[in-house]
Design a protein around this ligand. Sequence first.
Ligand SMILES: Cc1cc2nc3c(=O)[nH]c(=O)nc-3n(C[C@H](O)[C@H](O)[C@H](O)COP(=O)(O)OP(=O)(O)OC[C@H]3O[C@@H](n4cnc5c(N)ncnc54)[C@H](O)[C@@H]3O)c2cc1C
Length: 333
Amino acid sequence: MTSTAFSQPSSMRQTNARPSIAIIGAGICGLRCANLLSDNGFDCTLFDKSRGVGGRTSTRRAEQWRFDHGAGYFTATDPDFFAAMQILQPWLPTESGEQMYAGATGSNELAKSLFAAVSQKLTAQLGTAIKSVEKEANSRWLLNAQTGETYGPFDLVISTAPPPQAVQILAPTESPVSQRLATLQTRCTWALMLVTETELPIPDLVSKPNHNIARVIAEHSKPGRRTSATKQGQYVIQASTEFSQLHVADDPAAITQKLLAQLHDLYGPLPVIVHKQIHRWLHGGILTPLGKPYLWDKETGIAAAGDWCTGNNAEDAFISGSKLAHAIVQRFS
Ligand SMILES: Cc1cc2nc3c(=O)[nH]c(=O)nc-3n(C[C@H](O)[C@H](O)[C@H](O)COP(=O)(O)OP(=O)(O)OC[C@H]3O[C@@H](n4cnc5c(N)ncnc54)[C@H](O)[C@@H]3O)c2cc1C
């Protein structure tokens, strides 16, 4: 039986001049947006299908190892993102010359810190996959979860899921936002998490060593990551967009073997492999970004934001969330 979980009685909302807001996605974009809106007194409910926050900045744990199998590290030009990043550690990979930031316990430290700053100020519905958004009688929005529960009503719904997922959720709204999202294409990224008995003879960060590999990141070289006195190498190998798209539907075990063969071709015989695990980010990035920081249809009260608006980095996600939140604050102030 379908249950209805109203986050606040609608009678209370009638007296509130500011819209009640549902934010779908607790990645960097959704968290930043939620932070700014909550700080400005908006009543926000944050949904994510995962039980943890961070989206594509999540960190995978296996035994004593941690792998940033999504965002491997962070850089910033935006002063607000730079300030948010200061909870991370500076990381200067060998031979790179560029200052980067990484979490001592993983990339997800950034999202965790953004969430800690806001969790008391909003309702968080983690572990809740939203299936669709539909209009209720008085033109406000209800969110239907995969489990059959319904949340709302909300005046404004913001999706920060990657476009193909957002399209599915927002399709029933028939909003122009949904129609624009349908024109955007994401790309897949395969990421191999690897532990070798000894380190490979390579710098801490190798970019585009060949056509099939985008990056080899030595996780053990990040601050605080060396887990024991051993000389094990801990790596994330990100396949290139070309390779990942070509093999998007391939068997994960076959992809693992192909990527190991690539490493062998590049660096010679590999040390003994202690651990390997492959992950496919089906919506790892955007092929061609939207070209503006967010979508917001003020008539319907449907908005969408995320890294895909302007690029493929966490900073793009942060800026998109910031700009949408500032626009909403400005409109309702
Ligand atoms: C392999 C890889 C390497 C990368 N490397 C870097 C890097 O080195 N540096 C860098 O800055 N960036 C990097 N990025 C990009 C970075 O991870 C993203 O730009 C950033 O995390 C995007 O944040 P976001 O909030 O826009 O989206 P996401 O992180 O995708 O957040 C969207 C959230 O929506 C949730 N969601 C989706 N559908 C639903 C639903 N139906 N119901 C509820 N919740 C839903 C998801 O669970 C997710 O948490 C990398 C990405 C990948 C995949």
